[in-house]
Every structure is written in structure tokens, then in C-alpha cells.
Design a protein around this ligand. Structure first.
Ligand SMILES: C[S@@+](CC[C@H](N)C(=O)[O-])C[C@H]1O[C@@H](n2cnc3c(N)ncnc32)[C@H](O)[C@@H]1O
Length: 227
């Protein structure tokens, strides 16, 4: 013999009501997520406008021209993450910040506002490089330099703070890390490497001349420094 409670729970009306409740709570979560997305879009747009740059422009994705054919597509780091990574790096007036795979230049311009000795972006894609150069023209701050080059063959000997935001695959990373290593032998100095979304972290972890300085977990970023 079913209790009244069990019968109610087994009724079609009750089941439909439960389903409607699930729909409403899903809708609530969806609305919350969309509102958060809107807030991020507005904040990022304002930061771009504040700096006088545009780092979300559509761009032409040409064939992969890199020597190792392992380019990742452009996807700007969020201002929120870049702010915190740069705060951790605490660039000084002697630092040369280099973003290898800089896209439209967001991190370079943000770094330039902190007045390091130089803030340099290296970008291979022609259209992204053109946009970065246009941004340099309209940038409200000073500084920011851009070079159109394959990161694998870029001269890193001036760099003291390197930034990577998931720009390429293991082969280009291998060449870049080797270039940095050799540059340290030729010109001993302390360097730091901040790597956002560090999918190729094993390349850095396996370098005896580097030590892990910090794991900024909430930022999905690892920082190494030379020994
Ligand atoms: C994920 S985006 C990051 C953009 C920028 N660093 C940021 O955080 O806003 C990676 C960039 O690296 C560039 N890139 C990929 N391989 C490259 C290479 N071998 N040399 C120079 N740039 C490269 C891509 O064109 C793309 O713009």
C-alpha cells in the first residue's frame, strides 16, 4: 500500500513540476554566467579603450609560416590575468620584457605602462603584427616595440622577463629555450619566465639552469627564474 507522499511523488504533475524546477535553476545559473560574461566583456573593452588600443580585432589567419609549423592561434590573455602576472613580475627600470607571440600587443602595452627599460612583442602573423603596430600608434602610454619574426630565431639576448601565453608547440619552445640558455652563457644575467597556460612546462622543468619560482595556480601560470 503506497503512502500519500509516495503517490504524490509518483504523480505526473509532481514529476513535471520537478522538471520545471530544474529548468528554472538551470536558467538561473545560465543568467548568472551570462551576466558574468557581460561584465568581463565590458571590463576588457574599457581597458582597451583606456590604453587607446584594440586587442580584439578580427585578423587574417594565414598559413603557418613558422619554421616548426606549430603556431597557436591568437587569443588575447585576459586583462585580469595579465595584471596579476605583471604584478608578480614587478618589472623594474632595468627589465626588458619580451612577449614571444604577442598577437595584437595587449601584454606588451600593459607592461609598457609599468615603465620597464623596454617592452617588446614578437609576432609572426602579418595581420596581427600590423594591428600591433597600429596599436602602437594610438597607445596612450609610452613605449612598446614590435618585431615581426619567428620566435624560434629571435635574438633574446636583451630579455630579462619573458612572457609566453600558450603561443606555440614544443619544437619552437625548444629552440626559444635553447636561445635563452645560450644568451645567458654569452651574457650572464638573472632572467624570469612567466608562462600562462603552460602546456609545454616540461621543457622548462627539465632545464637545470632554471628553477621554478612560483605556481600561480589561480592564474594558470608558472614562473621560473635562472639560477
Ligand atoms: C595565444 S596568442 C597570445 C597573444 C598574446 N601573447 C597575449 O597574451 O595576448 C599566441 C600568439 O603567438 C603567435 N605565434 C605563434 N607562433 C609564433 C612564432 N613561431 N613566432 C612568433 N609568433 C608566434 C600567434 O600568432 C599568436 O598571436
Amino acid at each position: 500500500m503506497l503512502t500519500l507522499r509516495a503517490r504524490v511523488k509518483d504523480s505526473l504533475a509532481f514529476k513535471l513540476l520537478q522538471s520545471f524546477r530544474r529548468f528554472l535553476s538551470g536558467l538561473g545559473q545560465h543568467l548568472l554566467d551570462t551576466t558574468r560574461d557581460f561584465a568581463v566583456v565590458v571590463a576588457e573593452h574599457r581597458r582597451d579603450r583606456g590604453l587607446g588600443i584594440r586587442t580584439n580585432l578580427p585578423w587574417r589567419r594565414n598559413a603557418d609560416e613558422s619554421g616548426f609549423r606549430d603556431m597557436q592561434p591568437y587569443d588575447p590573455i585576459s586583462y585580469a590575468a595579465a595584471d596579476k602576472i605583471l604584478a608578480f613580475l614587478a618589472l623594474g627600470p632595468e627589465d626588458v620584457f619580451i612577449d614571444l607571440g604577442c598577437g595584437q600587443g595587449r601584454a606588451v602595452f600593459l607592461a609598457a605602462t609599468l615603465r620597464p627599460k623596454r617592452a617588446v612583442g614578437v609576432e609572426l602573423n602579418e595581420d596581427l603584427f600590423r594591428i600591433a603596430m597600429e596599436n602602437k600608434r594610438t597607445f596612450r602610454g609610452g613605449g612598446g616595440e614590435f618585431v615581426r619574426a619567428d620566435a624560434a630565431s629571435f635574438d633574446v639576448s636583451e630579455g630579462t622577463a619573458f612572457f609566453f601565453s600558450d603561443p606555440f608547440g614544443p619544437k619552437t619552445f625548444g629552440a626559444v629555450v635553447e636561445n635563452i640558455r645560450r644568451s645567458l652563457i654569452a651574457k650572464p644575467r638573472i632572467i624570469r619566465v612567466a608562462y600562462f597556460c603552460a602546456r609545454q612546462r616540461s621543457i622548462f622543468d627539465s632545464q637545470p639552469w632554471l628553477e621554478l619560482d612560483a605556481e600561480l595556480q589561480e592564474l594558470d601560470t608558472l614562473v621560473w627564474r635562472s639560477r
